[in-house]
Design a protein around this ligand. Structure first.
Ligand SMILES: O=C(O)CCC(=O)C(=O)O
Ligand SMILES: [Fe+2]
Length: 287
């Protein structure tokens, strides 16, 4: 794990190698937190409001490629316990060097019995807590993908099995930064996978680039941010949008987030779903 940023001492200025070229710096512009990125209540997704919920998730997935979900079925206790072990992890002694204002740990979570042997052994609860969290996050991802199958008119289970087999966890830790206007936690990007389930904790930092403007995604208690990845955009033949986003830092509070990346198995072919192609596919199939 790279840990230079976490070992930065508060009284020193931002090191030169962390300063971004002027055109990509966030500067001191105040980015408004967007109130229009919908928060979707999944409580009744399995009940009689299902069609309604399917419609509610389609709209923001076409406009932003982002929405948040609450009442998703993952217990507050498990979310908190996981965030506690992730934070503890970044408080442990450091080694290496990075150039975005972020420390980062990543590892696969599937198949669990093979991967878990390579996960951190400390903090001592890490493997147990994160295994439970990854299983729940995958289930949530599959529920949301099933809502997309319905919304796009695809057969039930379309995204099950191979198309959602792989699961990777990324923990990002952004310590307080001496000059947030000069650097970024993560540069502008789209997630290259199928779907991201992100727990962003309670500190601001995630911004979406939409209609030529940056908008902040409000950290909501107990919510997950759901982010359409490039592969889902391709499969939906551009009916859904993979949203560009970045992470800015701040000088006051450390920010720890966890992203679960759901992706197809290595041998899957990624192509637009036949029933969504119409006149022509926007994309060529690839493995
Ligand atoms: O930390 C965040 O809020 C977002 C992280 C992210 O975009 C990523 O890991 O791809
Ligand atoms: Fe991302």
């Amino acid at each position: 794990m790279n840990k230079l940023v976490s070992s930065w001492s508060k009284n020193k200025p931002l090191p030169e190698s962390y300063k971004f070229p002027p055109e990509t710096r966030p500067g001191n512009l105040i980015v408004p937190t967007c109130k229009t990125i919908p928060v979707i209540d999944l409580r009744n997704a399995e009940g009689r409001n299902r069609t309604d919920i399917v419609q509610q998730i389609l709209k923001p997935s076409q406009e932003y490629g982002f929405f948040q979900v609450v009442n998703h079925g993952i217990s507050e206790n498990l979310m908190n316990e996981s965030m506690d072990v992730f934070k503890e992890l970044f408080e442990m002694p450091d080694e290496d060097k990075v150039h975005q204002w972020r420390d980062n740990l990543r590892h696969p979570c599937h198949p669990l019995q093979d991967c878990i042997k390579h996960w951190p052994q400390k903090p001592i609860r890490y493997r147990e807590v994160v295994a439970a969290f990854s299983i729940e996050a995958k289930k949530l991802g599959l529920r949301i993908l099933e809502l997309f199958s319905e919304g796009l008119g695809l057969e039930s289970g379309y995204f099950g099995d191979k198309l959602s087999e792989s699961l990777h966890l990324f923990v990002n830790h952004y310590p307080p930064c001496p000059d947030p206007s000069l650097t970024l936690g993560i540069t502008k990007h789209c997630d290259s996978i199928l779907l991201t389930i992100l727990h962003q904790g309670d500190v601001n930092g995630l911004q979406i680039f939409n209609s030529e403007e940056w908008i902040g995604v409000e950290p909501l208690h107990n919510a997950f941010v759901v982010n359409i990845g490039n592969q889902l955009q391709i499969i939906s033949n551009d009916k859904l949008k993979s949203g560009e986003h970045r992470v800015v830092t701040n000088s006051r509070a450390a920010r720890t987030t966890v992203a679960f990346f759901i992706a197809p198995s290595e041998d899957s072919v990624i192509e637009s779903a036949i029933s969504l192609v119409g006149e022509a596919s926007v994309y060529r199939a690839f493995e």
